[in-house]
Design a protein around this ligand. Sequence first.
Ligand code: FE
Length: 418
Amino acid sequence: MARLIGAIGVSHTPTIGYARDRDLSSDPVWAPIFEAFEPLKDWLAEQKPDALVMIYNDHVTAFSFDHYSAFALGVGDDYPVADEGGGPRDLPSVPGHADLARYLGRAITAQDFDLSFFQHKALDHGCLSPLSLLTPPEEGGWPIPIVPLQVGVLQFPAPSASRCLRLGQALRRAIDSWPTDARVVVVATGGLSHQVHGERAGFNNTQWDETFLDLLKDDPERLAAMTHADYARLGGFESAEVIMWLIMRGALSDDIVCKHRAYYLPSMTGIATVLYEDQGADTPARERQRILEETQRQLAGVEALEGTYPFTLEVSAKAYRINRFLQGLIEPKARERFLADPQGSFTEAGLTAEEQRLIETRDWPGLIRYGAIFFVLEKLGAVLGVPNPQIYAAMKGMTLEEFLATRNAKISYSVARK
Ligand code: FE
């Protein structure tokens, strides 16, 4: 079984990244930030975990309000560094621990906690400002791969503090049930008291921040019972993001040891750093086994259905580029370009030779077997003037007439306008 070897809580203010990138560690104003992160950095370097689950919120950088989700788990191999308006920080892209992420996705969903999933999204300061101090990138890149968990705390309704604590408990059971010997650390980010908007901007409450840290360790259920308004009143409106720390706390048992705790208020946001080790029991073996079985139960048996290809996270990752390319054909400019210069548009999209061949030869069954989802094939069909029944027929190895003969109505249609 995989093991949770410890948990970290850190604020994620842009100041942290700013100070690091300008090497302000000897400046007395900034030094306390570096000093607070030092023991966490040393602990991680000594422990060498296999993965960090990074709980953070994006600040309308890679996630936006056309589709805003509560809990979004990154399941990719690699995450670029976000440009937040002034160019991306000079950091390498961050490796993702895709195997762990996809297992956690299945095991958390199996506990009736539905997540959304993302790939190839850039990480902003919510994740990268603390990460760059915790595990500074070396010659070969970042030393520890991550599993990012983005929490939608900016638009309301947002998940409650209570829901965050329960998600953390589900996360722990998921980690414990992964049948590998991986060693995992959960890192929660988020500023303590701060408010950055409106006339109340600049609000802080150091006393509350200290109380929050006490309760986090000794009485997280009390924190879980608080509303967003309670957090806003006590710590400033944007401090409500600190409910993300309850996901980390939920992953721990009641028997924890605090190995480090520091607090500093340099400007707008209370910067806290904590490190816990867990001395409690892991998830019981029977429960681990139940969750492991549950991760497989929903799709168990589909492999016996001939000609059926479930679109899983693994398939989605493998066929990401070709699905994205074909979905992109809903844009008039993209389809004009594709029709005028297919080779040029393939190259622009970075499609492999195999992916290009599948599209060029209109290999409908091959596209499905490769991992293209049907709903982008019908878009390609609409662009090419190929009706849906012709695609169905091709997938079944039939002529259109043979296929139509199996239907009650011999009709042809597509998702094209005409
Ligand atoms: Fe934030």
